[in-house]
Design a protein around this ligand. Structure first.
Ligand SMILES: C[S@@+](CC[C@H](N)C(=O)[O-])C[C@H]1O[C@@H](n2cnc3c(N)ncnc32)[C@H](O)[C@@H]1O
Length: 218
């Protein structure tokens, strides 16, 4: 069966997965990410987890049709609750709101393990996620952005360091995006236009907007 291509968003997530890592894909839906990573020889084994039976059944059908039933374990799990610490090195949580990602991380008993890599792709409330990460001893190691059609996304590679730090409001919106990279610039331009609309009714956003503009557009 011919292998599908990942869209830019999932490709960016895939690019952050370590070679030969054991992957847990949380909220896997069709299990596209683990299937693609195994078929491309990047990893050998994965756990594909979802809180809902429906997506898990779609994932199971896809895993079977690509002949990967021995390499991908499909598991019903709310976040990481049914995943044991020794079952995953790299954990992808993509396509969910930032607040839900925070909930999943905060409910995981072993997330504060320095060897684990978390690959996080919030659809909303990136600022809530980044604040949570830094206030709880996590650090963004790398962050990139991409566009899919007219939508803009950011993906971050995160690990636990144990160092709790305070972060500025502006950092919570842009994190460690590289302002010289064109995809990151596009992401930030869209973010700024979104924040400017919100600032019409929420003036507390104005200093944040000015700070981001000063850092990225000067
Ligand atoms: C929009 S899809 C994203 C699929 C894929 N990760 C992606 O990025 O394309 C969100 C998936 O997350 C699942 N989900 C929502 N809350 C979850 C939770 N607490 N734990 C695990 N899966 C969850 C949903 O059932 C759904 O299949």
């Amino acid at each position: 069966m011919r292998l599908f291509s990942l869209d830019n968003r999932l490709s960016l997530c895939a690019s952050f997965v370590r070679k030969n890592a054991t992957l847990a894909d949380i909220g896997t839906d069709h299990a596209y990410l683990p299937i693609w990573l195994i078929k491309n020889g990047i990893i050998e084994k994965a756990l594909a987890c979802d809180i809902n039976e429906g997506p898990l059944n779609s994932g199971r059908a896809d895993v079977q049709s690509y002949g990967l039933s021995d390499s991908i374990t499909l598991r019903l799990s709310d976040g990481l609750k049914e995943v044991k610490e020794n079952e995953a090195d790299d954990i992808v949580i993509a396509g969910m709101g930032g607040e839900l990602i925070v909930k999943i991380l905060s409910e995981c008993m072993w997330a504060k393990n320095k060897d684990k890599h978390f690959i996080l792709q919030p659809m909303t409330k990136c600022e809530v996620l980044i604040r949570y990460l830094y206030e709880n001893g996590f650090e963004i190691m790398k962050q990139k952005a991409c566009a899919c059609g007219n939508k803009h996304y950011t993906v971050m590679l995160v690990h636990y360091t144990g160092e709790v730090s305070e972060v500025e409001d502006s950092f919570c919106y842009v994190g460690k995006l590289d302002f010289s990279d064109s995809e990151s610039k596009n992401y930030i331009f869209h973010l700024l236009s979104h924040l400017e609309k919100r600032a019409i009714s929420d003036k507390s956003l104005l200093p944040v907007i000015e700070k981001i503009k000063g850092e990225c557009c000067s």
